[in-house]
Design a protein around this ligand. Structure first.
Ligand code: FMN
Length: 190
């Protein structure tokens, strides 16, 4: 038997990601987002992030049209949670307060978070109002990965990433690898 429930953030899981931006005065900020997803995956690579208009990050990203998606590990869970409960609007420096280190990005002005093994630099292509959030489409212009998180072939060693998984209202870690993609056929039809 199934029971009808009220839909709220119905799709799971999502990453708990740290998005960095700079405001019009050049001050860097960090916001925690669960609504972060791949849209165009290879050519070009485009990411979507959904942000409420009330946040400081929304204003900064709208004004400067750049952001970085930093993917954290469980080691910095407390900082990830705090970056999602405090606003940078009043000038609070979330990097300093929560023990995170800004490092220069390659192509965009917002800094990367050093403690995150993956940093994805984006330029805003478009902002679209969608219900209670605005969707920002970010063209990925550079991506860096900690060398420790790369295998001998230069591929991301997924087992080393230790990401934080956000399941509405709770943080989880991931479990064991199940299988490779297309393990049933070794190929796909279309
Ligand atoms: C795990 C987690 C996920 C969140 N996901 C989102 C999200 O996808 N979109 C959003 O607008 N706010 C989200 N928030 C809330 C913002 O992080 C929060 O409003 C933050 O304080 C805004 O900071 P700012 O004003 O400095 O930008 C999330 C918070 C947490 C803790």
């Amino acid at each position: 038997m199934k029971r009808e429930v009220k839909a709220y953030r119905p799709v799971y899981p999502s990453p708990a990601a740290l998005i960095t931006s700079i405001d019009a005065e050049g001050r860097p900020n960090i916001v925690t987002l669960g609504e972060v997803f791949n849209i165009s995956v290879r050519e070009p690579v485009i990411i979507g992030i959904a942000i409420r208009a009330a946040t400081h990050s929304h204003g900064s990203i709208s004004a400067t049209r750049e952001f970085v998606v930093n993917l954290p590990t469980t080691a910095i869970l407390r900082a990830v949670d705090r970056c999602g409960t405090v606003t940078g609007r009043t000038g609070r420096d979330k990097f300093r307060e929560f023990g995170l280190t800004p490092i220069p990005s390659i192509k965009v002005k917002p800094p990367c978070v050093e403690e995150c093994p993956v940093n994805i630099e984006c330029e805003v292509m478009e902002r679209i109002a969608v219900g209670d959030h605005d969707l920002f489409l970010g063209h990925v212009v550079a991506m860096r990965v900690d060398e420790d998180a790369l295998d001998e072939e230069g591929e991301i060693a997924k087992g080393s990433l230790d990401p934080i998984v956000y399941l509405t209202g709770e943080y989880w870690s991931i479990g064991e690898k199940l299988e490779d993609l297309y393990f049933t056929t070794k190929k796909r039809d279309s």
